[in-house]
Design a protein around this ligand. Structure first.
Ligand SMILES: Nc1ncnc2c1ncn2[C@@H]1O[C@H](COP(=O)(O)OP(=O)(O)OP(=O)(O)O)[C@@H](O)[C@H]1O
Length: 269
């Protein structure tokens, strides 16, 4: 059953940021959360993680209100990798990933074999096992992103929420990270701006516009020229990739220009 939003309203700074959002996250799948800047993607992820409470409506986890669970209980189930996650303390990769075990440990319990296994497996999955001694400040942007994901995996969640995890990564590292996320046997919700990567990797897409859910479904149902123009104000051609059969979006310039040329007509014979 996983995560569900029922009629969620969320307010901040005197404004309605999320407006009547209802959505069922498909269990065991990767759902992409799309929408323009400021449309409410991070806010929805924070509500799903139980970090903030809705003004109206509720988040359900396995059919029961998230609000009735303790912080610790929620953290054992749901991990959130926030945007621009950083640290001022110069800790090592290993120390950082070990923090993911916090919800599973009590003040008196020692470091267990299970804790160590979870950390080793998380480092392994993100390909950082050989960099566990490296200090945070010596890592590249891509490596830092992978450490954040390893910390979330060490938490052993069943639901993983990712806020623009491919930000600042070069294309190879973006593909690497998305392939990793897609392979995870978890329910994942990922805010992402790149429509082509979202179409290629996500099982379903949800689109927010000014805090409202305006589309939800398989990539080929959601990513239409009409939706892209309505939500982003951009004209686009959408075709089906000949390689992966998913939608492929080709953007047209905002203003008429030499970049936007109609294909020449075939001469008639
Ligand atoms: N704590 C807050 N106080 C006031 N306004 C907030 C707060 N958190 C978010 N907002 C506002 O809510 C709106 C939605 O923000 P949010 O970060 O959820 O959007 P987003 O879709 O994730 O944007 P982006 O793609 O730029 O990351 C924005 O206008 C933002 O300024």
């Amino acid at each position: 059953m996983s995560l569900e939003a029922h009629g969620l309203d969320w307010r901040a700074g005197g404004r309605l940021i999320l407006d009547q959002v209802s959505l069922q996250v498909p269990p065991g799948e990767l759902m992409g959360l799309l929408g323009p800047n400021g449309s409410g993607k991070s806010s929805l992820l924070r509500l799903f993680a139980g970090l903030v409470r809705p003004a109206r409506g509720e988040v359900l986890l396995d059919g029961a209100p998230l609000a009735r669970r303790s912080r610790r209980d929620v953290a054992r189930r749901i991990a959130l990798v926030e945007q621009h996650a950083t640290t001022d303390t110069d800790i090592s990769v290993l120390e950082s990933v070990r923090l993911g075990r916090t919800p599973h440990r009590s003040a008196i319990s020692g470091w267990s074999v299970n804790d160590q296994r979870a950390v080793d497996s998380a480092l392994d999955q993100v390909g950082l096992a050989d960099k566990s001694a490296r200090r945070w400040h010596t890592l590249s942007g891509g490596e830092r992103q992978r450490v954040q994901i390893a910390r979330a995996l060490a938490q052993q969640p069943s639901e993983l929420l990712l806020d623009e995890p491919t930000n600042h990564l070069d294309i190879q590292h973006q593909l690497e990270l998305l392939e990793l996320v897609r392979r995870l046997p978890l329910t994942c919700v990922m805010a992402i701006h790149d429509l082509n990567l979202a179409a290629m990797f996500c099982d379903t897409l949800a689109v927010l516009d000014s805090g409202r859910l305006v589309a939800f479904g398989a990539p080929e149902e959601v990513l239409t020229p009409a939706l892209i123009e309505r939500v982003y104000g951009v004209r686009a051609l959408v075709s089906r990739s000949t390689r992966h059969r998913r939608p492929h979006v080709q953007y047209l310039p905002l203003t008429p220009s030499s970049l936007d040329q109609e294909p020449p007509c075939e001469p008639s014979t």
